[in-house]
Design a protein around this ligand. Sequence first.
Ligand SMILES: Cc1cc2nc3c(=O)[nH]c(=O)nc-3n(C[C@H](O)[C@H](O)[C@H](O)COP(=O)(O)O)c2cc1C
Length: 200
Amino acid sequence: MEFKDLVQARRSVHNFETGFKVDQNTWNELLEYVRFTPSGYNAQPWSFKLIQSDSELQKMYQLCYKQKHILTAGNLVVVIGDVNFGENEAERIVKEWEAFRDFSPSQAEALRASLVKERADWKKREMVIRNCSLAAMTFLYAAEDLGLATCPMMGFRQLDLKRELELEENELPILLIALGKSEEAEAERLPRKSIEDMSA
Ligand SMILES: Cc1cc2nc3c(=O)[nH]c(=O)nc-3n(C[C@H](O)[C@H](O)[C@H](O)COP(=O)(O)O)c2cc1C
């Protein structure tokens, strides 16, 4: 499908065929698209967790204000960000940049300093949310391209979900994505802003 058609075809689906589970090959294929998402410093501060078991989905359903597509989609993706990627990943990132073309030692030093610079918690969260949101968007288009339906979700109890999934201190659940097979005829869209209204 042409990319423009794919962008126009994607919908946030709320009615899914029940019983469908994404297999490992498809999961890998989806993440293969996500790998090419751009990120600040090329840090790629994201990971993707796939939840499929009924018992875990039930728990997520409770933490997502009982949004029913959590259960019917059969697959729930948690996009997780590392809020401390600057410190945690600095050495990997600097090494990769050093190996890249003509990156000089002074550039490497400046990059390291910028990565490990002290930042307020809100700033770190904001940085990781920007990066992970782009990765999530790649995931949504990847799913569409593979004939799968998605619904991105921010309606969940973030801290409770973090606790339930036993995430590390530095890990923040950024977005959930219900993933499965659509049971909807092509839905009407909610209105979109006009180009004039979008132009700043
Ligand atoms: C960041 C974000 C959070 C969203 N949260 C929810 C949610 O919690 N539950 C839900 O059913 N849909 C959620 N949506 C889906 C939006 O309602 C949907 O994208 C919007 O109405 C436009 O429809 P479309 O995606 O079909 O074009 C979310 C979408 C985004 C991008």
